[in-house]
Structures are given as C-alpha cells and as structure tokens.
Design a protein around this ligand. Structure first.
Ligand code: ADP
Ligand code: MG
Length: 298
C-alpha cells in the first residue's frame, strides 16, 4: 500500500491508481520499452523501472510549495548540444552540435526523417535527458545545473508533455486521468475544478466522465493535452501528437495547439511527420542526422 506524506507523493491503490503500476509488454523491443519508459517518466515525473521492465516498482515525486506566480516566458536556448548514445564503434550520434533558440510564444514544428534526433531534442529540452554535451537553458534554467528535485519540479511545472500514444489509464475516466496531474505537482488546488477547467478548454466538457475506451483517438489526445495543461505549463512539448490520428482529427488537434499558443501564450514545440498540417507554425526546425539544417534562430 502506497501512502502520502508531505513531501513525497506516493500513490494509494485505493484511489484506483494501480494501473500506474506500469504493465509492460514483454514482447516489445528494448527500444520500444525504453521509449515508453521515458514517456511515462515524463508524465509521472519520477518513475523507477525495475531492470526487467516488468511492473513499475516505485514512484516518488518531490513536491514543493505552491508556486505563486506563473513563469513569465518559456525560452529555449541550446548551445552546441550533442548527444551520443553508446560508445566506441556502436556509438550513435543522435544530436550533433545543435544550437537553437526558441523565443517565448513561438509555435515550432520540428521535422526530419525517423532517427534524425527529434525525440532526443525534445527529451533534452524537457529535462528528461541530461546526458548531453553543451548547454541547455529552458525558461531561465540551465537544466544540467539543476538537482534532481529542481529538475522534477521543472518538468512538472514548466513543461507539458504530449505523446503519440496518449498514455491514459483505462480504468480512470477523463476527469480522473487529468486530475492525476495534481498528484505530481503537490499543488494545493481543487484538482477536480482544475481538471474540469482544462477539459472544457480542450472541448471535452461533456465527456468528462467517459472512460478512455469510450472516447475516439482525437478525444483521447485531447484528454492527454488537458492533462498537460493542468499545471499551467509555459511550454508544451509534443512528440508526434497526431501520429495515431487520421488527417481530419490531426487537423483539429493541431488547431487546438494553435489556440493554446495564440490565446494562452503557451510556447509549443511539436515534432511531426505531417509537416503540411502545421501551416501556422511560426517556425520550422529541420533535423538531419542529428544536425539542425534549417530554422536555427528564433
Ligand atoms: P527521431 O525521434 O527523429 O526518430 P531519435 O531522437 O529517437 O530520432 O533517435 C535519434 C538516433 O538516436 C537514432 O539513430 C536512434 O536509433 C538513436 N537512439 C535514440 N534513443 C536511443 C537510445 N536510448 N539508445 C541508443 N540509441 C538511441
Ligand atoms: Mg521520435
């Protein structure tokens, strides 16, 4: 049985959260498992996986005082960032000397072929990966200089993550899935009210009590976006958010990102294969083999 203490969040099974015991598919490839682990980590802030990648073994989240004011701007600055996976002959240079500036309020699409380094870039900006060379400053924080607690808080408070796979818990309804975000922020706020607010923002006012199984793909992604909005992020990082959706639904989801950007002032960085759908992006960044070949400057 998990318990809750003042500074650490631990989940109670009685709250219907046992699906957070991350069930992995043992047939999935190691690469797919790593990807899912990272994504789940982004959503839950700190998750420790056992080497077997079986069940989620522990979850601890550092909470802190309720932040009084919103972060004024989300500016991303990467200076000569390189990321190498592995070493020696088997090394993969996922990012090579990337220098990139993203101004507050930008709507950036990141494009490039599979394996060009898009996810790696997003993981570094989002504070999920600090094993890079160079410097990454996001919303005024030099990410590698942050300790674990500060980095958790940064991921939780400053960034909203959205993925291709929605990562909703099947046995929780939309409202509960979104309210889950409150568990990781330590904010003393009426989580139900806030969850209703963000669900209304994404156009799901009348679907709050539906389980994911009763929602379409586009609606599920809206729930995931609402969850990302819950903690009032300055920056949304979306990794192929329309990768599982048909063209029409993709257009609607992108329209939602556009509104969040234009009306709520949230900086959006979205990785996409569907370049043509992101017509209103204020900026395009193209990666090729780990290098930015277009759109370096803000
Ligand atoms: P994209 O998102 O553009 O498809 P990624 O950033 O996922 O690209 O990957 C960039 C390169 O780094 C690819 O060659 C990929 O195989 C490699 N890579 C990504 N993650 C890992 C990892 N955890 N271990 C080893 N190699 C990785
Ligand atoms: Mg990717």
């Amino acid at each position: 049985m998990w318990t809750i203490s003042a500074s650490r969040l631990i989940l109670r099974r009685s709250e219907g959260l046992r699906a957070l015991w991350w069930k992995d598919n043992s047939r999935a490839s190691p690469a797919a498992r790593t990807k899912r682990s990272t994504e789940f980590f982004a959503l839950s802030n700190r998750v420790v996986f056992p080497p077997s990648y079986g069940m989620l073994s522990a979850m601890g989240v550092v909470s802190s005082r309720v932040r009084k004011s919103k972060i004024a701007s989300a500016v991303v600055r990467l200076e000569n960032v390189s990321r190498v996976y592995g070493s020696g002959g088997g090394a993969t240079h996922a990012l090579r000397d990337v220098t990139l500036d993203i101004g507050a309020g930008a709507f950036v699409k990141v494009v490039g072929t599979s394996g060009s380094g898009k996810t790696t870039l997003l993981n570094i900006i989002g504070g999920l990966d600090t094993s890079y060379a160079g410097r990454a400053v996001v919303a005024g924080r030099d990410l590698r200089a942050l300790n674990d607690k500060a980095l958790s808080r940064f991921r939780n408070r400053t960034v909203g993550f959205v993925f291709q796979h929605f990562h909703l818990l099947d046995h929780l309804d939309a409202l509960q899935n979104v309210a889950l975000a409150s568990f990781f922020s330590g904010r003393e706020e009426d989580s139900r009210q806030r969850a209703e607010e963000v669900l209304a923002r994404v156009g799901l006012k009348d679907k709050m009590r539906q389980l994911p199984g009763q929602l379409s793909g586009g609606q599920k992604q809206r729930v995931a976006i609402a969850r990302a909005l819950y903690n009032r992020p300055a920056l949304i990082l979306a990794d192929e958010p329309t990768g599982n959706l048909d063209t029409r639904t993709s257009g609607q989801i992108i329209g939602l990102f556009e509104r969040l950007n234009a009306e709520d002032g949230i900086t959006v960085v979205a990785v996409t294969h569907e370049d043509h759908l992101f017509r209103r992006a204020t900026r395009g960044v193209r990666l090729e083999d780990g290098r930015v070949v277009e759109g370096r400057e803000a």
